[in-house]
Design a protein. Structure first.
Lengths: 441, 441
């Protein structure tokens, strides 16, 4: 008999079925054994009477055993109906149980609230909880909506390499790789490659791991994360990229409303409010605003502190009913050499950060596309253009005006779901002292 | 005026339009200047008469300049129609040219056949050729079809980490990373994580970079490539995975027929023939066959040599009209510790390779899902189970029977397109002596 998805059992009342899944919990009532069985589609209550041979197996079963069960789907008696849960009006009367995989006793009650370190120590188990499954279902749908939407807008996906040569930008937070007889590095972003690819496909995107050797352990930082990157040619300026980003965020949000309503409910998360055009302000304006509205004087600083990001987000929420807000025009001196300076005041860039519920989730800009201007910009930053010869070819051989952004999938997931710690939205987070298990000091 | 896609200009005859793109080639005929302008949607011939101001700019233009052009779409005179190419019956009469990005003189004729090293030295330029764009368009559609098909079959995508801890399997071909005060490695596959994720989502897939520190420089090997990975729970045995793989390959092929016909034509590639169930044979049978049919005695060897893979493929093509063939039952001693041994003869595994037009593109198997059996298998291989404690949790806490495969996107692309060297199907190939540019010896 073919396997029936548990979520479809309510269409099989009175029928004999075969299902398979993991035991969630077992409850014995006298000689009756009840257990919850879950598969990807849902959870059903099963009941085993002492009349069937399966009773012996059932009496040994523990949570997380993988089993195949044959039985009959029954309506529950009226007084046993649980209308709070899906399939709460049926139960599976067990005829046969085949054990597919045994489990040892669980180290703790997986439904309990765990501290983050215990959660991380036991990921192969704790990722199976309803909460974790909801988070990573949402994450997979975000990645899907991102790519699907871009494909429909004529973007071409490409695979960016992660092993890169010498770090010509001299960044501090780069991981070093032993590459045969040479040293190489792990890419902090696919930046150079996506710009090169604009020359090839005009509009491109890439989804992949990036690596940051940040020593600090915070609720915002990851040493490895998934970067959602786009780059688009033939723009007028950075505002084209920002407008496109607004539309993309709305599409992702709509997709989640369609596919992840249950998961949002389970996690107590609210869908964000995203206006047709996300509001934006210059860094300097944001700083004046923070001073005027919140009494914090950060005017003139080259960037926003985390609490400032939260203030600006609060302001945008109150003023524009937007959970998102762009901050533009960071100082040229603090942004990478490829960032386009504003012609009106070249000390500031045509670059932007996107804040989502108080946290920066995305950084983008128009890029310099003129070869001479780019070489000049490198020199101003004290960089050696010869070290960028491969990248510079793209500009030597003609590039249109272009811009793009990089966005952290884990941060985006966490903000959508209102999770305080980005690690909750990261399947296997890498920390300074943890790669799956704790590292020796 | 909004930008019109060049591919749609045939619908605009008689109208004034604005287009943007890269100059492909310029030809001067007396005072008339002709140039080909390409964007993502197509290429059109533009003509500039001496009457317009743009004539001066046009006379300076070189291939790969990015320009915006205003003009009128005209039918070509009958004797000028080129019915061999799309848009060969129209031309753009130029009124205005705005230069968006200049290009220096190209180092060579990009339409010429280049040797692979020159191609790699100049990727930011050579990837722009028709041939390269066709290859990587096909690649992006393969990745799309892979994911789309899996999502429709109820698989959940997940992001696998690339930085992993100490290489407990002791593989020779692993890259080492300086991870703060510890040593880490780059993942050779997402194997452990996808198995862990079967416990979470039952059926999962992942697309991402994997890393092999292979010292040999061949037409088949890459030091970094994109792995398409699936893992599925509740299988009966490895043949379930093989059947699923057959279906998946057919879906990808159908998708390419729908979306990449032009690209296949341009590259002189033929769509493969894939029976509903791809034929399969055991390694020993394959070896006997090679001996009988081709006179090469490899009977008893633990694996197939490259020429043997070609022979088996040739046989499958002739015998079953299949461009794909599975080889199963490799020796347990030569396969990883998680591979399921065949109960009928445990010296061979329930594992398989998939050959596509003479090259192995995919390796898969049923996996051991019982904790004790897995620990035992590790010990038999001389491995220390304690070093796998994180991975082993998945099995300690219950796993269903499961299996899956890993497949190289670049090899798959190359085989679809009949490219001899997998590097032609790799955007930025990493070689022992090359990361974009040549490394010092």
């Amino acid at each position: 008999m073919d396997r029936t998805a548990i979520g479809e059992l309510n269409e099989k009342v009175g029928s004999e079925v075969r299902v398979a899944g993991s035991v969630s919990v077992r409850r014995d009532h006298g000689k009756l054994i009840f257990f919850d069985l879950r598969d990807q589609s849902g959870t059903v209550q099963a009941v085993v009477t002492p009349k069937v041979d399966a009773h012996k197996v059932a009496s040994e079963m523990r949570p997380e055993w993988a089993v195949r069960v044959g039985g009959v789907v029954n309506k529950r008696p009226d007084n046993m109906v649980n209308s709070e849960i899906p399939l709460g009006d049926i139960e599976l009367e067990v005829k046969e149980i085949e054990v597919l995989g045994r489990a040892q006793e669980l180290p703790f009650d997986t439904d309990a609230e765990l501290n983050i370190d215990t959660h991380l120590d036991y990921l192969p188990l704790t990722l199976r909880t309803k909460k974790s499954r909801a988070i990573f279902k949402v994450q997979s749908e975000i990645a899907y909506a991102f790519r699907d939407s871009l494909k429909k807008c004529g973007f071409t996906e490409f695979q960016a390499p992660k092993i890169i040569g010498e770090d010509a930008e001299g960044g501090a937070s780069v991981f070093e790789v032993e590459y045969f007889d040479n040293k190489a590095n792990l890419a902090q972003s696919p930046q150079f490659y996506k710009q090169i690819m604009v020359g090839v496909f005009e509009k491109v995107f890439s989804v992949g791991s990036v690596f940051r050797a940040e020593k600090h352990k915070t609720t915002r930082h990851l040493n490895e994360y998934t970067s959602l990157d786009i780059e688009m040619g033939y723009i007028e300026d950075h505002t084209d990229v920002m407008k496109f980003t607004s539309g993309l965020m709305r599409v992702i949000n709509e997709h989640l409303k369609e596919t992840c309503k249950e998961e949002f409910e389970l996690l107590g998360a609210e869908f964000p409010s995203i206006p047709e055009e996300i509001p934006y302000m210059k860094l300097r304006e944001a700083q004046e605003l923070i001073k005027a509205e919140f009494g914090e004087d950060g005017v003139g600083a080259p960037d926003l502190e985390p609490q400032h990001e939260r203030m600006i987000s609060e302001y945008a929420k109150n003023q524009f009913d937007s959970d998102f807000v762009f901050v533009t025009h960071f100082p040229t001196s603090k942004r990478p050499m490829y960032t386009y300076p504003d012609e009106e005041d070249p000390t500031y860039t045509k670059g932007f950060d996107l804040l989502f519920r108080g946290l920066e989730i995305l950084t983008g800009s128009q890029r310099i596309h003129d070869y001479d201007q780019l070489v000049e910009s490198m020199k101003k930053k004290g960089l050696v253009p010869e070290k960028f010869s491969f990248y510079l070819q793209a500009f030597k051989y003609g590039m249109p005006p272009h811009g793009g952004f990089g966005m952290g999938l884990e941060r985006l997931t966490a903000r959508f779901l209102g999770l305080d710690n980005v690690k909750e939205a990261t399947l296997f987070p890498r920390e300074i002292n943890r790669i799956d298990t704790l590292l020796s000091e």
